[in-house]
Design a protein around this ligand. Sequence first.
Ligand code: GLC
Length: 347
Amino acid sequence: MLKTTKLSLNIVLPLLLVLWCIIAQAATQQEKTPDPFEQNRLLARGVNLGNALEARKEGQMGVVLEDKYFELIKNAGFNSVRIPVRWSAHALPEYPYTIEPAFFDRVDWAVKNTLDRNLRVVLNMHHYRELEENPEKHSKRFLELWQQIAEHYKNYPDSLLLEFLNEPCRKLDAEKWNLLAKQTLNLVRQSNPNRTIVIGPGNWNNLAYLDRLQLPEDDRNIIVTCHYYSPFNFTHQGASWVDADSDQWLGTTWTGTEEQKQDVIKDFDTIDAWAKKNNRPIYIGEFGAYSKADMPSRALWTDFVARQAEERNFNWAYWEFCAGFGIYDRKKNDWNHPLLNALIPPK
Ligand code: GLC
């Protein structure tokens, strides 16, 4: 009798201990998983450090990041920074696709400078052109790059968010993107179970593609991003990199007519309806009007779009800091005040 009790205790006690460990671990995990709506709220008002680390080589798109930019952004009243990064240009083309340590150092420097100022970071993968052109060939490399990035940042605080891919497009269509995003999430979750992830719909993060975006129901720690550049012939007039003849749009203004406002309102209502139905927080990760448009129009549009976003609890990042859409003029060493005031209205 005594022997049987002892035996069963020998079995039951370790089992109980294991069970307790599993429950405790699950509980801490749950405790540490941030609320994505709160994470999104904290992004609040942000700016993209564009045309810098998403160039093939920093500087080739006109911007080399400087220490003082982070200070300027903080002091102007922004809450977050989106850092676009062209990882694909800084990694081995063949397996094991190792990311250059010196490039990691450079990105780390930008991330640290941002976090040190109590600004939150959305770190993305930008301009992986080869993937957009040939998803079959490049998906494996994309996943291996994410494996390294996820591992590298796994111990960073909640204030670092990871965005899988800027503007999936071309041959990486909505269906292929759904599959690849899911695979990336499974992979990143192994090292970053509590990291808030940013994912946007196909066709250049277009709101019209939200309905085709499929996210795993059981992973709630995701923020959904859309980019907003409508009307395109206004925001991209004279932009040499777009497919259309954008010079013919030069001179297009945005004066905030009732019709122009209603177009924006309708778009934002569409996003909002999707967000409510799917219970996901929304981040407008890019919006902006190129410098070839006139400044009064740019300021009016920027103010209107930012306020429409805020009214719906979307948080945002303006495209971008100091290049062609810039809110900061590097030559004058001063803000483009109408744009800055549009983004962060003076009290
Ligand atoms: C997208 C592109 C970026 C471009 C911006 C505005 O983010 O990746 O290069 O400047 O949109 O067109």
